[in-house]
Structure formats: structure tokens, C-alpha cells
Design a protein around this ligand. Structure first.
Ligand SMILES: Cc1cc2nc3c(=O)[nH]c(=O)nc-3n(C[C@H](O)[C@H](O)[C@H](O)COP(=O)(O)O)c2cc1C
Length: 231
């Protein structure tokens, strides 16, 4: 008789930050897909010590935030929960792009908890952005490698609206306006952020990851660069 393979339910820790709910929406679908494949999902949300409200409220605050974040300022976060001290088969590290970099709470996490969380751990970054993610990805991968994490792949979701409406739309939304409701702009910019098609794609990615984990297949080979994720 063939020897029985010791199996345990695969466990995935999601560490995430979301200011305007976009990363969060993607992750809920990603998690649901994994759970459907029998994977246990544990979610740890990063909480800034001084909460940042969305929308930021004015044009001036939005410009200031864009400038500050360009210099990769850290946003201090509350201590992580005990759940993060357990063993996981995979960590999903998810958050938005802020001025071409990872967001401040994720930068804080890397700086203060990176040494404990990431050595020899498989980490799959998930990025939600309006479309400009390359510098974010390269910087994040470098930081994770510094902590000896294994980074087998990445998931990037861009907002599907066309330029220049996408950039203008994000800016106005952050400043507290509703560009999608404007008679003129609404024609080119029907929605801020990700669409329900992209949520379905995130669910499908979740199933792919869940399946790869349960079958002990490499995550490297999974194709997340699809036209729906990166239109
Ligand atoms: C301060 C700030 C800077 C941003 N800079 C970028 C950027 O450089 N590139 C980009 O593609 N999106 C940028 N965005 C847009 C967000 O990445 C995008 O709206 C994302 O979907 C938000 O995710 P969240 O709701 O989970 O926070 C920026 C957003 C903020 C708040």
C-alpha cells in the first residue's frame, strides 16, 4: 500500500491595508475563492494609530498626501494580533499604491515586523492601484527579499477606466468629490475603483491559489496577468 501523505488544512494569513475599500473588496473575493478550495483564511487588517479618513476631504489635503507619500513616509500602525504569530503556508500582503510606493501602513509593517514575519515565509503581494504599480512592486519585492521572504508571484489589479479620466477620477474622489456623478465626467468615468468583473477575477485567482496549495503545486506558475486584472 502506498504511504499516506500527511496532510493538513492549508492556512493563509492575509495582512492588508485599504483606505478606500478597493483592496478590501478584492481580498474578500480572493479569500472566498481560497475557502471554496478548502483553505483556512485568517485576516489581519493594519490599523493606523492615527486613522486616515476617506475621502481626504479637500484638494489641498490630497495634494499634500500625494507629496508626503512620494517620500515613503511611514504610517505608524497598532500592534499586530496574536494570530500573526502562528504558522501559515502563505502570507498574502495586500494594499494600495501610494505615489508609486507601497502605502505607509505597509511600509511600517515591513520596517517593524518584517524581521519576525517574513524570513523563509512564502509571501504573495497583492496590489490595488489606478494603474501605476511597477515601482511599487519592485520596491516591495526588494524589501521582502531583504527579510528573506520567498516571493513566487504577484497579483496586481488596476482600475479599468481610461486615462486621463482614471487619474482625474482618483484625485477628485480622494478630494471628496463624486466625479462619477458629474454629467460630463460620468460619461468617461462611470465608477471609482475596481468592477464586479474584477471581483469575480479575484475569486477565480483565489480558487487557483487554493487549488495550488492543496495540491502542493507551485504558485510561480499561476497566471495572474490577465486582461481583467490589468486592463
Ligand atoms: C495618496 C495616494 C497616492 C496614490 N498614488 C497612486 C499611484 O502612484 N499609482 C496608482 O496607480 N494609484 C495611486 N493611487 C490610487 C490607489 O492606489 C487606488 O485608488 C487603490 O485602488 C486604492 O486602494 P484602497 O481603497 O484599498 O486604499 C493613490 C492613492 C492615494 C490615496
Amino acid at each position: 500500500m502506498a504511504p499516506m501523505r500527511a496532510t493538513h488544512k492549508k492556512r493563509v494569513l492575509f495582512i492588508c491595508y485599504s483606505l478606500s475599500g478597493q483592496t478590501n473588496g478584492l481580498l474578500l473575493h480572493l479569500a472566498a475563492g481560497m475557502e471554496e478550495e478548502g483553505v483556512e483564511v485568517v485576516i489581519e487588517r493594519l490599523r493606523p494609530l492615527k486613522p486616515i479618513r476617506f475621502p481626504l476631504g479637500s484638494t489641498r489635503t490630497t495634494i499634500a498626501m500625494m507629496l508626503i507619500t512620494f517620500f515613503r513616509n511611514l504610517v505608524p500602525i497598532a500592534p499586530l494580533s496574536e494570530k500573526t504569530k502562528e504558522q501559515y503556508d502563505l502570507i498574502i500582503l495586500a494594499g494600495p499604491t501610494w505615489s508609486y510606493h507601497p502605502s505607509g501602513p505597509i511600509l511600517s509593517l515591513l520596517k517593524f515586523d518584517g524581521k519576525r514575519l517574513f524570513p523563509n515565509q512564502t509571501v504573495l503581494p497583492v496590489i490595488s492601484c489606478r494603474g501605476y504599480w511597477r515601482m511599487h512592486w519592485l520596491g516591495l519585492r526588494q524589501l521582502l527579499k531583504k527579510y528573506s521572504a520567498r516571493v513566487p508571484n504577484k497579483i496586481v489589479f488596476s482600475h479599468p477606466s481610461k486615462e486621463p479620466w482614471r487619474t482625474l477620477g482618483v484625485f477628485l474622489k480622494l478630494a471628496g468629490k463624486n466625479p462619477e456623478r458629474s454629467k460630463f465626467m460620468g460619461k468617461f468615468y462611470p465608477k471609482y475603483g475596481h468592477t464586479s468583473d474584477q471581483h469575480e477575477e479575484a475569486f477565480r485567482f483565489g480558487k487557483m491559489i487554493g487549488n495550488a496549495l492543496t495540491e502542493d503545486q507551485p504558485i510561480e506558475k499561476l497566471n495572474f496577468r490577465t486582461p481583467l486584472a490589468m486592463p
